[in-house]
Design a protein around this ligand. Structure first.
Ligand SMILES: [Zn+2]
Length: 453
């Protein structure tokens, strides 16, 4: 027996003992000049569990040169494993160390995808590609599966497991959308369709859930990766363009296919399109917008055939302001997506986001007895579908509401404050009025740009 052969047999025995394999066999080299060149090499065969067979061929330079390790698993494809062959390690440990990068105990070994720490996150190849995970063989339970089993353990009675079957469309993935989506993923919502045409900029890091490594990447794609890192089993699609570019029929079909639309853009045109399409498609929607500097904000819940649409709700708010003579900030409202050029604190933005999240969880729970569902039902029963809050003292109509400075001033009032309004349907409204117009008959292309105030 050659020195190389004696050494590799010893090294494989050691690897089998360490990794938990069995059935070491020396296969005879096939005789004859026409033999397959691989078959003509001396080969060792062993099993690492019932599903993985390993063949090892070597040359006389072993252990200076690495052997050729070929692996066949139950998919019946044979691949050559790239071995990291570190000549600075002791010669009798090189093979084991090289194999341990691919085989992570315990067996029996099946294909999976692991992060740098060697935990098997998923066996789903598409998720693995999105997260740039490395292929390994291991009998470890998937971390993603463990997370799915545990995800509702701390929310019993508050939401229900039906969330895992629900599909949510999120449009606008800035400071509001990224945070709301992140929290809904942690809460166990099963599927997300993420839409935003923007890329992550360095200044986004202060108020979103993105990280430095995401800079320059599409927000939709970056957030998809983040949701997979939180819950590898979450189903996520990313559309990295504006909602209007989908075309009216595709957008209608998409909106109809989801259980809830979250309209979290800073673009009034996009919000208006989503209102029209969601109401027409019979899909519930939540619209969130911040006022300048996130000193205040509003969340509108729109449920077809049950509540006024978003346009009627915001029209009602403007009318109330006019009638009461109250003045809120006259500058345009800014959505939660970007707050372009505006200073605002993430904590103020997330105060509003929390309302969006809780309404979403209630809307997506199947069991009407869980707390989040009762919260939403109670609001709807009171016709409270328009939430307004102030993050600074003396904001908006709150001084008037709480009669600041008067004899009957309500004591103890300061920010944060909130109130629920009860908007009404305008019978003439083409979306929620008495004669609704099919939203597919109206183009959704963007009009000429309106300068920001
Ligand atoms: Zn309406």
């Amino acid at each position: 027996m050659s020195v190389a052969k004696a050494r590799i047999i010893e090294d494989i025995k050691r690897a089998i003992a360490e990794l938990g394999g069995a059935g070491l066999q020396l296969l005879e080299a096939a005789p004859g000049p026409e033999a397959d060149p691989i078959a003509a090499l001396p080969t060792l065969r062993c099993d690492l569990g019932a599903e993985v067979e390993v063949l090892v061929c070597w040359g006389e330079q072993y252990p200076v040169s690495p052997p050729l390790v070929m692996l066949t698993d139950r998919s019946d494809t044979t691949v050559s494993l790239p071995l990291r062959w570190d000549l600075s390690t002791p010669a009798d440990e090189r093979l084991l160390l090289a194999l341990r990068e691919h085989f992570i105990p315990p067996g029996p070994y099946v294909r999976g995808f692991a992060d740098l720490s060697g935990r098997v996150l998923t066996r789903d190849r598409a998720v693995a590609e999105a997260l740039a995970l490395r292929q390994v063989f291991s009998g470890q339970p998937e971390l993603g599966g463990i997370v799915e089993d545990a995800v509702f353990s701390r929310s019993s009675g508050l939401v229900d497991g039906g969330l895992s079957r629900k599909r949510v469309l999120v449009v606008g993935l800035g400071s509001g959308g990224s945070y709301v989506t992140n929290v809904l993923c942690r809460a166990g919502v099963g599927e997300f369709v993420l839409v935003d045409g923007d890329s992550v900029e360095p200044e986004n890091l202060a108020r979103t859930t993105y990280e430095a490594a995401d800079i320059g990447q599409s927000k939709a794609v970056a957030l998809k990766g983040q949701l997979h890192r939180i819950r590898p089993a979450a189903r996520v699609s990313a559309l990295d363009h504006e909602i209007q570019s989908l075309g009216v029929d595709s957008l209608f079909a998409l909106v109809k296919s989801v259980d809830l639309v979250l309209a979290l853009t800073d673009d009034p045109h996009a919000q208006s399109v989503l209102n029209r399409i969601a109401y027409g498609a019979g899909t519930a929607a939540i619209f969130a917008s911040l006022y300048a500097k996130a000193e205040g904000g509003e969340v509108v819940l729109s449920i077809p055939a049950q509540t006024p649409c978003y346009a009627c709700s915001t029209g009602y708010r403007r009318e109330q302001l006019r009638e009461t003579g109250l003045s809120v900030d006259r500058r345009p409202d800014y959505g939660t997506s970007r707050l372009v050029g505006e200073s605002a604190l993430a904590c103020d933005i997330q105060h509003l986001d929390s309302v969006t999240i809780k309404l979403s969880l209630g809307m997506l729970s199947d069991d009407s007895d869980v707390s989040a569902a009762r919260f939403v039902r109670g609001a709807i029963d009171r016709r409270f579908t328009y939430f307004v809050c102030g993050m600074v003292p003396d904001f908006y109509f709150f001084p008037a509401l709480f009669r600041y400075g008067s004899d009957d001033e309500i004591q103890g009032q300061y920010a944060y404050q909130s109130a629920w309004l009860s908007p009404t349907v305008n019978p003439e409204c083409p979306i929620c009025g008495t004669s609704p117009v099919d939203p597919r008959s109206t183009p959704i292309a963007r009009g000429p740009a309106i300068p920001r105030g």
